[in-house]
Write a protein that binds this ligand. Structure first.
Ligand code: FHN
Length: 578
């Protein structure tokens, strides 16, 4: 290991000379690549092949069932949290924190049963509480009734069971009165001392997961990276230590930032830079334990996250929020076990694959490894799935876990057919055997697979409490985790998209995602012509997912007109196709 002096010189030079500019402007902007997938650096190979990890957000706040750090009140204008729990109440929860049913072996067993290959625990979240025995700060687990060193037990057990271990470490500390003040240097001394402990006392650490809060990143990055690279040179580091105002999770702003981190959404296809989506199992999209009334997302939604991340050439870090007892809630554990059961049969089409060669679309995604392409058909758009031509010959095809897949290959492209009876409810995996490597050509767009309304200008008659997070644009963002919502008591509403120019289409897809949120009783899809709105499709009882087909129409303004709803209709996706 190089001496610190040498490492610091190299580090300072690297950081100073970092010419890395943001490669993408937005969270989900795709990175256009006319090249074959870029090989991962050797040090990231295990991480990329793993594809699937467990995120764990835990701390004394689980006693409250509210969001970690964010539910804590704060008078410090330099910190973004304005929670409802008074700081003195929140900061003393540790005195009651006694998760006597915590068993690292149980957590690791659930992760393994899920098919997860690495764990990332919030060793220190923004609220400042440390889940390890610390000399640098007495606000740590040794001072709780529970006393035990949670980081030590989890790291030791994970490693013994063949899983990799990572720490989430918040460089922000919203509880520290010196943080982001003229006394920030004093704060930094404490923060870096904590980081040193975490990277010294628990053996080899495989991932370091820094976070950010959108504010000034006053973290003495050069020195902080030096600590990491000196103590844990093999730890894979995410991109968030450098991010600040105006940045986003898809930017790499330092030579030491190794992967992008889209959050609560499946990242856009990008086979040139490593990325990992972090998402929650919680129905409320909460990171920490959300209480018995929270619940979890469906298997279809969570498996869809994993399959779509892999198809985009990325990883999924899927979060659980353990209960104050120390246990992972049964509904979260069962969901993960069901994901693991699917991976036990289909893991070859996920682990160690690259995304593509067919870009993601409403049909699903594709992954590739060796001479094989794995089509993950999540929605059959038609009798056959039409795909663009590839520079290779298909020498075999079948449904991965049994069944016939007919493939017609011409210079114009591919047509894939699987009989209805052979199709699978969640994901029909069709494997295509090629006469050469599937990794030598750039990803290809699938004509008509992306909604004509994607990212279109959207307006609505009503938005839930006028909150941007439930705005009409959330129904055309391609993100199955966001939605347009309307106020309680709303029994009719419309969502309009402007396609920018007259556009011809003949198919529509509308998702309500969860059956219990199926509130739409009568609706129409309407197009604006000079003298008013004309329906091109009418329906009743929308259901979780509508795939509507109708005579082709051409229009620039299109709307979903909900004429009868039980209460506050909400739509996850409104999509239009040629
Ligand atoms: O504020 C945190 C949040 O609590 C959670 O830890 C996520 C995980 O990516 N990161 C921040 C929000 O971006």
């Amino acid at each position: 290991m190089k001496s610190i002096a040498l490492v610091s010189a190299a580090l300072l030079l690297a950081v100073a000379s970092s010419s890395r500019q943001p490669l993408v402007a937005g969270e989900s902007d795709p990175v256009p690549s006319a090249a074959a997938p870029r090989p991962y650096p050797d040090r990231l190979q295990w991480w990329a092949e793993a594809r699937f990890g467990m995120f764990i957000h835990w701390g004394p706040v689980s006693l409250k069932g509210t969001e970690i750090s964010w539910s804590r009140a704060n008078t410090n204008p330099r910190c973004p949290n304005k929670g409802a729990i008074p700081a003195d109440v929140y900061d003393n929860l540790y005195q009651e924190f006694n998760p006597t049913r915590f068993d690292a072996a149980q957590w690791v067993a659930i992760a393994k049963a899920a098919g997860m290959k690495y764990l990332v625990l919030t060793a220190k979240h923004c609220d400042g509480f440390l889940l390890w025995h610390s000399q640098a700060s007495d606000y740590n687990v040794s001072r709780t009734p529970f006393r035990r060193d949670l980081c030590a037990e989890l790291a030791q057990t994970a490693r013994a069971q063949g899983l990799r271990i990572g720490w989430y470490f918040s460089p922000m500390d919203w509880r520290d009165p010196d943080f982001r003040t003229e006394r920030n240097a004093a704060f930094l001394g404490r923060m870096q001392a904590e980081l040193r402990e975490l990277l010294t006392n628990y053996g080899p650490i495989d991932v370091l997961w820094f976070d950010w809060d959108g504010r000034e990143p006053l973290y003495d990055q050069a020195r902080t990276y030096e600590i990491v690279k000196t103590l844990q040179p093999d730890a894979v580091i995410n991109n968030r230590l450098d991010l600040g105002p105006g940045n986003n999770n898809r930017q790499l702003l330092s030579p030491f930032a190794e992967y992008c981190t889209p959050e609560q959404q499946v990242g856009a296809y990008d086979d040139q830079r490593p990325w990992e989506s972090c998402m929650t199992t919680s129905r409320k999209n909460q990171w920490a334990w959300g209480g018995a009334d929270d619940g979890v997302k469906s298997l279809e939604v969570c498996l869809g996250m994993l399959i779509r991340c892999a198809g985009g050439d990325g990883n999924l870090l899927l979060n659980v929020g353990p209960m104050p007892t120390g246990e992972i809630a049964p509904e979260q554990a069962n969901l993960l076990r069901e994901m693991g059961a699917w991976l036990a049969r289909h893991g070859e089409s996920i682990y160690g694959t690259r995304g593509g060669p067919f870009l993601p679309g409403d049909y699903g995604v594709s992954t590739r490894k060796g001479n094989r392409i794995y089509l993950h058909v999540l929605e059959w758009p038609d009798e056959t799935l039409k795909l663009p031509a590839i520079p290779a010959t298909i020498v075999g095809s079948r449904v991965w876990d049994g069944g016939k897949a007919e493939v017609r290959q011409t210079a114009a492209g591919l047509e894939v057919f699987v009989a209805e009876a052979e199709r699978r409810p969640l994901d029909t995996v069709v494997v295509l055997e090629l006469d050469r490597s599937a990794l030598e050509f750039a990803a290809l767009a699938v004509p008509g697979a992306v909604s004509l309304a994607a990212q279109a200008k959207a307006t609505a008659s009503n938005v839930y409490q006028r909150l941007a997070q439930f705005g009409p644009d959330k129904a055309v963002d391609g993100n199955r985790e966001t939605r347009w919502a309307t106020d309680s008591g709303t029994t009719s509403a419309w969502l309009e998209v402007d396609l920018g120019q007259p556009t011809r289409f003949s198919r529509a897809s509308v998702r309500q995602a969860y059956p219990e949120l199926n509130r739409v009783r009568k609706f129409a899809i309407e197009v604006w012509h000079k003298d008013g709105w004309t329906p091109c499709y009418r329906g009743e009882d929308l259901g979780a997912k509508l795939s509507a087909r109708f005579d082709p129409v051409t229009a620039q303004r299109v709307r979903l007109n909900i004429t009868e709803a039980t209460d506050g209709p909400t739509i996850w996706e409104f999509q239009l196709f040629k």
